[in-house]
Design a binder for this molecule. Structure first.
Ligand code: BES
Ligand code: ZN
Ligand code: MG
Length: 543
């Protein structure tokens, strides 16, 4: 609600639903040629793919080739399709078989296919192709029959990636549905159903295991889709109150779970002494909100805190950003989107872990009421902070939100934040920078993100740079003190002052939150990634 006038009530809509995913095994008499599907995706190895038109095809492909008068080989040669990793070949079935189209997707050579990321890459290309072919029902036959990769892991990877790789947001495009002249274009609104054909020789036990992985994959994808939606929605819609309403709604939607949420307004935050967090939002018309989720299952092995940076728009404040740098600053709440996305599906993955999840949501705006360079703030911890740049606001909000989270006595804390432009310079837009005060804890987080296919790369936290933030000219600390050097460490070292002895991992997602120039397996270029949700799930599962 705006401070100066009575605002319209904020209404939030239901969380996005992922497409339906069905895992099935074909019965003895079921043939792939008879599957009713718009697109049949078949993974093929480079080394078993024919190099000349008389070469023999094996297995599935040979059956298929028979239905096509042996013309698949010819077509592949014509199109120079060699089954290199993630390369594609579309074959229109012209009613020779039940699937309307077949998509061959290259898996590279048998010996080289040994990482889930390769399956992700192949799946991402296949799913994007399926989307461009306007296939509503897609069937994947994409297992590694050399069995270096577990079928259950592959099932989950295909589920997550096929649900996430072809993302589109066209809610505000009046003409998106009818701009095209063709009749069928009007109806297509993304893939609706995904079938995974599980190897038929596998046991019931393997199948059940894979099914459980598929369910986790769907839950994860839904968490990511919610995160993406929160990030891509414009900042005149997604303000701190909106984030708080979504947090309340996702909690209510999971009514049987052990999840609760409370939202603290500015006066409550003031009572807690959150002078750092409140200063950042004080120039905005929108009230700052502190969102505090608590998930407490009956038997929890550990208590983990996760804190997301939630600047719903970062103008830079009085240290105003130039126009180009401000353009996309609605995504400065991507860390909080990951936190809310995760908490929105926590009842579906049911980790045996107590979770404290905190978002200090506010808007960084210039006005007569804004905090200024030169101001000295008193944080909840009691430490005083001198401001020399109001655009280094994320760390100022994290000072209080991380401190508040640590007061709940977690065993470890992770913060996720679009904190510094410097991390984009260091690592680009495909990985998050990870910094820590505890290498043992960091190794576990790194392993979890590795499993999820979300890339993180550790950066050092050299003590030498600590002096740059812990000595203000007239206060205990200064918010932007490194004189342009080691910017990501500078931000992280500032946050570190508020976690005390708690093992802590900091994820700087300023680059990966919205990859602009290239597709990642999970995200089509120039879209929000929803980074963090999948890695967090893996971490919680692994405890
Ligand atoms: N939200 C930005 C960080 C950012 C920059 C995210 C580019 C994504 C892309 C953050 O609040 C910020 O402005 N940081 C400053 C810190 C500086 C003033 C010490 C930065 O990185 O320039
Ligand atoms: Zn910012
Ligand atoms: Mg800023």
């Amino acid at each position: 609600m705006t401070k100066s006038e009575q605002a319209k009530p904020v209404s939030v809509k239901a969380s996005p639903k992922a497409a339906k995913v069905v895992l099935k095994q074909l019965g003895k008499n079921e043939k792939i040629e008879k599957l009713k599907t718009d697109l049949l995706v078949i993974g093929v190895y480079e080394d078993s793919f024919p190099k000349d038109k008389d070469a023999k095809l094996t297995g599935l492909l040979s059956d298929l080739n028979n239905s096509f008068n042996s013309e698949i080989t010819k077509l592949a040669l014509q199109e120079q399709f060699q089954a290199k990793l993630a390369s594609t070949l579309v074959i229109n079935s012209l009613d020779r078989i039940s699937p309307k189209k077949v998509l061959l997707i290259g898996l590279g050579t048998k010996k080289d296919l040994n990482k889930l990321d390769q399956i992700r890459k192949a799946t991402a290309n296949a799913a994007r192709k399926a989307d461009s072919l306007k296939a509503e029902n897609v069937t994947f036959i994409l297992y590694d029959n050399e069995n270096k990769l577990a079928d259950s892991d592959v099932s989950r990877a295909i589920t997550e990636i096929s649900l996430l790789a072809p993302y589109k947001f066209n809610k505000y495009l009046n003409n998106s549905k009818d701009s095209s002249s063709k009749q069928e274009d009007k109806k297509f609104d993304g893939i609706k159903e995904i079938n995974l054909i599980f190897p038929s020789e596998s046991s019931k036990k393997e199948f059940d295991l894979a099914k459980a992985e598929v369910e986790k994959g769907i839950a994860g994808a839904e968490g990511v889709l919610l995160a993406r939606e929160l990030i891509i929605e414009p900042p005149n819609i997604v303000n701190p109150e909106y984030l708080a309403k979504v947090a309340e709604r996702v909690t209510k939607d999971q009514k049987d779970s052990d999840l609760t949420v409370k939202v603290l307004g500015e006066s409550e935050c003031r009572k807690l002494g959150m002078g750092a967090f409140l200063a950042v939002g004080q120039g905005s018309e929108n009230e700052s909100k502190l969102i505090h989720f608590h998930y407490k299952p009956k038997k929890a092995k550990k208590h983990i805190a996760i804190v997301g940076k939630g600047i719903t728009f970062d103008s830079g404040g009085l240290s105003l950003k130039p126009a180009k740098s401000m353009e996309k600053m609605k995504y400065d709440m991507a860390g909080s989107a990951a936190v809310i996305g995760l908490m929105s599906i926590v009842s579906k993955i049911k980790p045996d872990v107590e979770i404290t999840a905190v978002v200090a949501a506010c808007e960084n705006m210039p006005s007569g009421a804004s905090y200024r360079p030169g101001d000295v703030l008193t944080s909840m911890s009691g430490k005083t902070i001198e401001i020399n740049n109001t655009d280094a606001e994320g760390r100022v909000t994290l000072a209080d939100s991380v401190y508040y989270a640590c007061q709940q006595k977690p065993d470890a804390v992770i913060d996720i934040a679009t904190l510094t432009g410097a991390v984009v310079v260091a690592l680009g837009e495909t990985a998050a920078g990870l910094m820590t005060n505890n290498s043992e804890f960091a190794d576990k987080v790194k392993k979890a993100f590795e499993q999820s296919g979300e890339k993180v790369w550790e950066l050092p936290l050299y003590e030498d740079y600590e002096d740059d933030v812990v000595k203000g000219t007239i206060a205990d600390m200064i918010n932007s003190g490194s004189g342009g050097q080691a910017g990501s460490q500078n931000g992280a070292l500032f946050v570190k002052q508020f976690v005390g002895e708690t093992p802590w991992v900091h994820l700087d997602i300023a680059g990966i939150c919205w990859p602009e120039k290239r597709d990642t397996h999970h995200t089509p270029r120039n879209n929000p990634s929803g980074f963090g949700v999948l890695g967090f799930i893996r971490y919680l599962e692994g405890i």
